[in-house]
Design a protein around this ligand. Structure first.
Ligand code: BDR
Ligand code: CA
Length: 315
């Protein structure tokens, strides 16, 4: 089993990522850490615990993280996940306590106790992960891989058509805390960035048969997903919005699900038109080799992704 920590900001798609991560037999979910992002920190903390309670996995610790980006104020999200941040599933208030440690300390403790073994999944602004690296730089040598829903690289039409940040070509998680992303991109830890190029394909859509299976299932997480799809469709958005973050979990389970390319990438931290943009240098000549070399998702197998997601939700 691959040991993972999921750092997230639930969010309906983060909630579905928790579902997949907690139910996959390939993964050992060591902790869920939460951060400000889609919603304020109190909401993301509650939603992570509500989701684990729904799954009856209160054995998984939840660490509360940063309530704002490293150096910036909290921006406003133009997209809504509903009043409760979970597509108005209105799950009961959580009972399970938060871990005594904050998110960064929880990450540091788990990584140090399992050197070289814990993959970090990041489906939110990278504030907690950056803080953990600032507090304990030695953990950088101990993290084998970070798999992140991060960036927008312009490799196909999906990258910018579905830009989630509030500048024309940025992705929400980088846009919210570009300084944190810059730090993590430059940390030297192997980074797989699954950006909007692969995580927001319109083809990630549920068939009538899938919907029927969700309707007929007695699993609470199936009902959750069904409500999220209806909520999202009802607001004129496509169903892929309900499962964006699940792509990071799918990749952790089976890395052949997404094709990646190695590329030098820089994060724009200056305010203005391009704030939060992940600039990829694909030139043949005069390439900026000082930009960190990361692994960028360029094509995802949507059919296999949806199949895996459905299997885990229904099992
Ligand atoms: C990211 O933004 C959030 O709304 C989603 O949860 C996802 O992590 C995609 O840009
Ligand atoms: Ca998210």
């Amino acid at each position: 089993m691959k040991k993972i920590i999921l750092d997230c900001d639930p969010g309906m798609d983060d909630s579905m990522a928790i579902v997949m991560a907690a139910k996959s037999p390939e993964l050992e979910l060591m902790a869920v850490t939460t951060v400000n992002g889609n919603y304020p920190i109190e909401v993301t903390c509650a939603n992570a615990r509500k989701t684990l309670e729904l799954l009856e996995r209160t054995d998984i610790p939840v660490g509360k993280g940063l309530g704002k980006p490293l150096v910036r104020d909290v921006p406003k999200d133009p997209f809504t996940h509903g009043k409760d941040g979970q597509a108005e599933n209105n799950l009961p208030d959580p009972v399970m306590p938060l871990d005594e440690r904050d998110a960064a300390d929880l990450i540091i403790d788990i990584v140090k106790a399992n050197p070289g073994e814990v993959t970090i999944l990041s489906t939110a602004p990278m504030s907690n992960i950056a803080l953990a690296m600032i507090k304990a730089p030695e953990i950088k040598e101990m993290i084998p891989e970070i798999i992140a829903i991060s960036g927008s690289f312009g490799l196909n039409k999906y990258a910018f058509l579905n830009a989630t940040g509030d500048t024309p070509q940025s992705e929400w998680n980088v846009y919210v805390d570009p300084e944190a992303a810059d730090l993590v991109y430059n940390s030297g830890v192997r980074l797989v960035a699954l950006g909007l190029d692969v995580a927001t394909y319109f083809d990630v859509n549920f068939s009538d048969e899938d919907i029927k299976k969700l309707e007929e299932s007695d699993k609470k997480e199936a009902a959750f997903l069904l409500q999220a799809i209806r909520f999202t469709n009802g607001r004129g958005f496509d169903a892929y919005c309900t499962v964006i973050d699940c792509m990071a979990v799918a990749y952790a389970i089976d890395s052949t699900m997404v094709e990646t390319m190695d590329a030098h990438v820089g994060v724009e931290t200056k305010d203005g038109l391009t704030l939060g943009m992940t600039v990829i240098d694909r030139r043949h000549h005069f390439i900026w080799e000082h930009l960190p070399l990361i692994h960028v998702g360029c094509h995802a197998d949507c059919g296999r992704f949806l199949k895996l997601l459905m299997e885990l939700v229904l099992k």
